[in-house]
Design a protein around this ligand. Structure first.
Ligand code: FAD
Length: 375
C-alpha cells in the first residue's frame, strides 16, 4: 500500500494482534449483552494506542494520522461498535488540547490519553438535536462555581464514562460568530445531581450504550469550564474521517469472510468460487469499491499529516462510509446465502451498524448543506 512504511507495518501488526486477542472474544458480549468496554478501552490507553496523533509534549507519538486510521481499521475488523468507541477516544483528544487550560490538560486530557479515565461528550438535546444554538441545558454562575441543569439525549456510553464534556448555555443569547454564551464543562458522573436514564434499544452499534443523561443542580468549579471551547464546539471537522476507517475495517472483514465461504462451500464436487463466475465477480466489484474508498481515506489522512485540515474532505469520507458499509454487508449477506443472515456469522451486524454510523455525530444530509455552502 502506497501509504505504508516499515514502522506503520509493525504498528498495524500489533493493532491487529490486539484486536484479535482482546476485541474478538469480547465483541459478542459487547453487542448482545451490552457489556462495558471500559476496561479494554483503558487497557488500550495504557498500551499507548490513544497517543496518535497527539504531539509529543503531551505524551503523544506525534501527528501520524495514518497510524490513527490503521488502529481504527484493525479494531473495526472485529467490531464496528468497538471501532466507534475507539474513535470517540481519539476524536476528542486533539480538540481538547486546543480547548483546555494547562491544568485541565493535566487533570483530564493526559489521563484520557493514557487510559486512566474515559471521557464522553454530552451535547445532543431533545429539542433541536445537535443544533448548538437551540440547546437548553443551562449553567448559571454562583460564586466560584457553575450550577448546571438540563438533559441530553442519544449520548454514547451514557452510563459508562468517568467524565462528560457537557455543552451548556451560559448566557441568554449566543453570539453566532464567536459562540460566546455556549460553554463546555467537565462533569464527573460520580457528582451529586448526575444521573443516566434509559439506554436506547437501537438498530446497530448496540454495545455503545446510547442513552439520556440529566444534570440536576450539578455544581462545577470555574476551573472545570473550558477556556477556549471553540475547537471542541467545531468538532464536526476533520476528526470525522475516522468513521471511514471503521467502515473500511468492517468491509475488509466481510469480504475476507465471504471469499472464504465461497471457496469452502462445495456443491456437486466444486466450490461456489470455482463454479460461479458471477459470485466471484460480485465480490471482486465490492473489493474495487473498497480499494477506491481506502485510497480516498488514506489520501485524506496523508493530507492531514501534511497539515491540511479540510472538514469538507473529512465529511465526504464520513458520508461515503455508511452507504459503503451497507452495500458491502448487504451483498456479502446474499453471497453467503442462509449463513449470511445468521447473527453469529457477523455480517448482518455491520448492516445494522451502517445506519447508526450514518447518523452518529451528524447526519449525512445535514453535511450536504456545508458542501452546498462551499460551492
Ligand atoms: C449511535 C449514536 C451515537 C451518538 N452519540 C452521541 C454522543 O456521544 N454525544 C452527543 O452529544 N450526541 C450523540 N449522538 C447524537 C447525534 O449527534 C445526533 O443524533 C445527530 O447529530 C443527528 O441529530 P438528530 O438526531 O437531532 O437529527 P435531526 O436533527 O432531528 O435530523 C432529522 C433529519 O433531518 C435532517 N436535517 C436536520 N437538519 C438539517 C439541515 N440543516 N439540512 C438538511 N437536513 C437536515 C437530518 O439529516 C436527518 O435526516 C449520537 C447519535 C447516534 C445515532
Amino acid at each position: 500500500m502506497w501509504y505504508m512504511n516499515e514502522d506503520r507495518k509493525l504498528l498495524q501488526k500489533s493493532f491487529a494482534e490486539f484486536a484479535q486477542k482482546r476485541v474478538r472474544p469480547f465483541a459478542k458480549q459487547l453487542e448482545d449483552e451490552e457489556a462495558s468496554p471500559k476496561e479494554i478501552l483503558k487497557e488500550m490507553g495504557k498500551l499507548g494506542m490513544f497517543t496518535m496523533p497527539i504531539p509529543e509534549e503531551y505524551t503523544g507519538t506525534g501527528p501520524d494520522y495514518i497510524s490513527w486510521g490503521l488502529l481504527l481499521e484493525e479494531v473495526s475488523k472485529e467490531s464496528a461498535t468497538f471501532g466507534f468507541l475507539t474513535l470517540l477516544r481519539q476524536v476528542f483528544n486533539g480538540p481538547l488540547l486546543k480547548s483546555c487550560s494547562q491544568e485541565q490538560i493535566e487533570k483530564y486530557v493526559i489521563p484520557a490519553i493514557n487510559g486512566d479515565i474515559i471521557i464522553g461528550l454530552a451535547g445532543n438535546e431533545p429539542a433541536g438535536g445537535n443544533n448548538l444554538f437551540e440547546y437548553q441545558t443551562k449553567a448559571v454562575k454562583d460564586g466560584d462555581e457553575w450550577v448546571i441543569n438540563g438533559g441530553k439525549v442519544l449520548v454514547t456510553q451514557a452510563d459508562d464514562v468517568d467524565v462528560f464534556m457537557v455543552i451548556a448555555l451560559t448566557r441568554d443569547q449566543i453570539d453566532f460568530r464567536t459562540m460566546e454564551g455556549l460553554d463546555v464543562f467537565f462533569v464527573h458522573t460520580s457528582d451529586p445531581g448526575f444521573s443516566a436514564g434509559h439506554i436506547e434499544n437501537k438498530v446497530g452499534l448496540n454495545g455503545s450504550r446510547t442513552g439520556s443523561v440529566y444534570f440536576d443542580n450539578i455544581r462545577v468549579p470555574e476551573s472545570d469550564r473550558m477556556p477556549y471551547p471553540m475547537a471542541l464546539l467545531m468538532l464536526f471537522g476533520p476528526e470525522l474521517s475516522g468513521y471511514g476507517a471503521i467502515a473500511l475495517g468492517g468491509c475488509e472483514a466481510m469480504i475476507a469472510k465471504t471469499a472464504d465461504y465461497l471457496k469452502k462451500r462445495v456443491q456437486m464436487g466444486r466450490s461456489l468460487w470455482d463454479s460461479y463466475q458471477a459470485a466471484r465477480h460480485d465480490l471482486a466489484k465490492l473489493q474495487l469499491d473498497v480499494l477506491n474508498f481506502r485510497n480516498a481515506l488514506y489520501g485524506h489522512l496523508m493530507n492531514r499529516n501534511c497539515g491540511i485540515h479540510d472538514s469538507i474532505e473529512a465529511g465526504a469520507v464520513k458520508s461515503a462510509c455508511g452507504p459503503l458499509l451497507e452495500k458491502v454487508s448487504s451483498e456479502c449477506m446474499l453471497l453467503m446465502g442462509g449463513t449470511g443472515v445468521i447473527h453469529e456469522t457477523g455480517i448482518e451486524q455491520y448492516y445494522r451498524d451502517a445506519k447508526a454510523l450514518q447518523i452518529a455525530c451528524f447526519s449525512d444530509k445535514t453535511f450536504l448543506d456545508n458542501v452546498a455552502n462551499s460551492l
